[in-house]
Design a protein around this ligand. Structure first.
Ligand SMILES: Nc1ncnc2c1ncn2[C@@H]1O[C@H](COP(=O)(O)OP(=O)(O)OP(=O)(O)O)[C@@H](O)[C@H]1O
Ligand SMILES: [Mg+2]
Length: 441
């Protein structure tokens, strides 16, 4: 495959400019770059899957034939068969009204084939997964199903847009090994978008670095990671958290460009364990209903305390109950047993006031599903509020009244900023979904 002069714009705003790269048979090319740099948009342009508001130009040479990227219809015969894509948000890529069995059947795979495909992507009990709807699966499980679906057609090119972000390291290693094996056996080439440079160094033959819609550099993975030429790649590598820089502020591109030393972080606040915990979970269990109406346990008798100023990490394999536990803590899922205490007092989330609910904020795994699509995508809004995380005063999220469409913030940044702002500031404006929108369509 050879991509030449690929450019994409939204309403005259260029988001990808003159992108050029080639990809050999069986080769794995990693695409890395900051959020909003154009990784997803450029890969969608190669499959003709850009929204109608986008304008693309450029050429794609694939298997000896040249395609005009400004004509998405011309790419139809490539899509789904010879080029397959794993989308960044798997929840929205699966049809919510269909059980997993039917999602496979529509892609031409019978039950036995679907069970084999699910086992390959690490499901211990594939038959039970086939009877569920997407909303009855965890984010990582949906992601693995998308990976299995994308490989059904044995594509010549697989475009994988952050396919392993929701997966724990063991399952991620299994999936990467599977993809690499397919690439070696069948000659399938892979465009692999990721933010994880560790995965790039393990998995990709070459890497392409993007910033603000442009290719900063491209080369063999070992060369780019050991001797990066572009300032952006250097800053990206310098900002990898390691044991050595633990507790220090990581350098940004601006720090490196200005040649200034990174200021030390203020000392971490003390965690007073003698005081009452902010959040206590006592013997929490959560059951879900299976399709045959029997109940199955996903969180079993978990107790924990979280004190003021404390950051508690919850890790575990895909589908182990991390999100369910967190949702139970803030009342989005009802526990079947146990007690939740906020600042020492038992909390019944069914009776909680709005003020109680505002004390806790949740940044969801699927940012697109968490934002009101009208508030973000409404083209005609004269002005909406968007937010800017101020690097100088991280505690104060600065809210600006701006044209949100022109701004083009990544959903995950907006979700994080909104949650921090609501939890951290009494003067925060109300949620964007509630703000007046004069031209709501
Ligand atoms: N439908 C759209 N309308 C207008 N602008 C868009 C649209 N989709 C994407 N953009 C803008 O195009 C630019 C590139 O977006 P893209 O999704 O490719 O980023 P990305 O590199 O994949 O980021 P991330 O790492 O966060 O997934 C961003 O500025 C984004 O805001
Ligand atoms: Mg993306």
């Amino acid at each position: 495959m050879e991509v030449a002069q690929l450019s994409v714009s939204f309403a005259g705003n260029n988001v990808v400019e003159q992108m050029e790269f080639g990809l050999g048979r069986g080769e794995i090319l990693g695409i890395v770059g900051e959020s909003g740099s154009g990784k997803t948009v450029s890969c969608r342009a190669l499959t003709g899957l850009l929204p109608s508001s986008a304008t693309a130009s450029g050429r794609l040479s694939f298997d000896g034939k040249t395609y005009d990227l400004s004509d998405p219809k011309a790419l139809e015969d490539l899509r789904g068969g010879r080029i397959s894509m794993i989308f960044q948000d798997p929840m929205s890529a699966l049809d919510p009204l269909m059980r997993i069995r039917r999602q496979f059947a529509l892609r031409g795979l019978d039950e036995a084939g679907a069970i084999t495909a699910l086992a390959e992507v690490g499901f211990a009990d594939p038959s039970s997964i086939l009877t569920r709807y997407p909303h009855q699966l965890s984010g990582g499980q949906c992601q693995r199903i998308m990976i299995a679906c994308a490989m059904i057609s044995q594509p010549r090119l697989l475009i994988a847009d952050e396919p392993t972000t929701a997966l724990d390291v063991t399952i991620q290693a299994g999936i990467l090994a599977l993809l690499r094996e397919r690439a070696r056996q069948t000659g399938m080439s892979i465009l692999f978008i990721t933010h994880d440079l560790g995965v790039v160094s393990e998995f990709c033959d070459r890497v392409l670095v993007m910033q603000r819609g442009k290719v900063e550099e491209i080369g063999r993975t070992a060369d780019v990671l050991s001797a990066p030429r572009a300032a952006y790649t250097q800053s990206m590598i310098a900002a990898i958290p390691t044991e050595a820089n633990r507790g220090q502020r990581l350098p940004t591109l601006k720090d490196l460009e200005a040649g200034r030393a990174v200021a030390a972080l203020p000392a971490a606040p003390r965690i007073e364990r003698k005081h009452t915990p902010v959040l206590s979970l006592r013997n929490i269990s959560v059951d879900y209903m299976s399709p045959d109406c029997s109940r199955f346990r996903v969180v079993d008798d978990i107790s924990l305390d979280l004190h003021a100023n404390e950051i508690l990490g919850i890790v575990g394999e895909s589908g182990s109950g991390k999100s369910t536990l967190a949702k139970a803590a803030i009342g989005l899922v009802s526990p079947s047993a146990g007690e939740i205490c906020i600042n020492g007092s038992p909390m019944d989330w069914h009776r909680a006031s709005r003020a109680d609910r505002r004390q806790m904020q949740y940044i969801f795994q699927d940012p697109r599903g968490a934002l009101d699509p009208r508030a973000i995508s409404c083209r005609r809004c004269a002005s909406l509020w968007t937010c800017t995380v101020s690097a100088r005063a991280p505690s104060a999220i600065v809210w600006h009244q701006r044209r949100c469409c022109a701004q083009g913030w990544s959903p995950r940044i907006i979700c994080a900023a909104r949650a921090i702002c609501r939890a951290g500031s009494a003067n925060a404006p109300r949620s964007p979904a509630r703000w007046p929108c004069r031209h709501r369509s």
